[in-house]
Design a binder for this molecule. Structure first.
Ligand code: DGL
Length: 355
């Protein structure tokens, strides 16, 4: 048997390392920040698609479950926190947003994927869309079925999210949400079904593209400012103003509104019926709250359409702000961030037409 001479061995090893290094250099560096949710959930059996436990699997286990990731990116994982996303708080958002900005400022990070529960995924995405200070891709991903379930959607959703986060096409598009082979913009995407895998949609205004190939294909971009083009900076923020949402319905009363204000709410989003209508029993309390300095934003529980200024109420006279097309939970986020800059309602209204 021919024995390798030392010089031959060293040359071969060097050639291999060079080839590996070139291949690795071509792969984008993507950091996966894990926060919990169903994508990290486990069920009692393979047919458990509801009634499972969310937020039980760590980030490295999520990565190990998709070995194909190593072919499309150099992936590193961080467990930022491990919660079911219905328990997300402003503090979690500030922690996550600051970590994202720190990582994206590093030249060796090309994109970020955030694994997240689907319940508040759209809210975290929109918050980050307003506070991330980089054009690099940030992609939020979740799953509607736990990893232990038949046809679990988490692994392929994670693969697709890493693909997008490492792509050139996703640069400058704002924060993205990727589930079910679809790419959505953070501002307009929403969870539309309690349990089915096609739950995330951008009704009427439309999603941005698809993953197929596997490649990210974009057909639309958001018309609203985001990330590096916003005026919001959380780097020195340790708390966000308290903003709460009151829900409109037949036979509504002002108890919840007044309780929120008594508990310190600085802003109220009124998720009204129809075009943000104000029930006769509640309107006087909203007017009084505004007169006492609480910022009032009129939104709609309906889910789609423009909330018309001076439509169902004389906003100019009452000094209310309208939410444009933002759903109530996203209007709350913009109002919170807006109130870190100003309480001037004309300025706040400008923000709702800009972001
Ligand atoms: N508890 C829900 C959450 O963490 C589970 C829903 C999901 O992640 O799909 O958002």
């Amino acid at each position: 048997m021919q024995r390798f001479k030392p010089a031959q061995f060293i040359f071969t090893l060097f050639a291999f390392l060079m080839a590996f290094s070139v291949h690795a250099q071509k792969l984008p560096n993507v950091t996966i920040l894990a926060t919990g949710g169903t994508i990290a959930g486990t069920g009692a059996s393979s047919t458990t698609t509801v009634g499972y436990t969310a937020a039980t699997v760590g980030v490295q286990q999520l990565i190990n479950a998709v070995p194909e990731l190593s072919k499309i990116a150099t992936v590193t994982g961080e467990q930022v926190f491990q919660i079911a996303s219905e328990s997300m708080t402003n503090d979690h958002w500030l922690t996550l947003g600051k970590r994202v900005n720190t990582l994206l400022a590093q030249p060796n990070v090309d994109g970020i994927v955030i694994t997240h529960g689907t319940d508040t995924l759209e809210e975290t995405a929109y918050f980050l869309n307003l506070v991330v200070k980089s054009r690099k891709p940030v992609v939020l991903v979740g799953a509607m079925r736990p990893g232990t379930a038949l046809s679990a959607d988490g692994p392929i959703n994670l693969y697709n999210a890493v693909l997008i986060a490492g792509s050139q096409e996703a640069i400058g598009k704002g924060v993205l949400v990727a589930l079910g082979d679809q790419i959505h913009g953070a501002r307009d995407v929403t969870k539309t079904n309690t349990s089915t895998p096609d739950s995330f949609k951008t009704p009427e205004l439309g999603m941005l593209g698809y993953i197929q190939g596997p490649k990210a294909h974009f057909y639309h971009t958001s018309t609203r400012k985001h990330t590096v083009d916003t005026e919001f900076d959380i780097s020195n923020l340790s708390v966000l103003p308290q903003v709460d949402i009151v829900y409109g319905y037949a036979n509504m009363n002002p108890v919840a509104l007044n309780a929120f204000i008594a508990a310190g709410a600085k802003g109220i989003v009124h998720a009204g019926t129809g075009d943000g209508s104000l029930a006769a029993k509640v309107k006087p309390d909203l007017i009084a709250a505004r007169k006492n300095g609480t910022v009032i934003v009129r939104a709609s529980r309906v889910g789609n359409g423009i909330l018309a200024r001076n439509g169902e109420a004389n906003d100019d006279e009452l000094d209310f702000v309208v939410a444009d097309t933002l759903n109530p939970q996203k209007a709350r986020i913009l109002l919170m961030l807006g109130m870190t800059k100003t309480t001037n309602t004309k300025e706040l209204q400008r923000m709702f037409y800009m972001y």
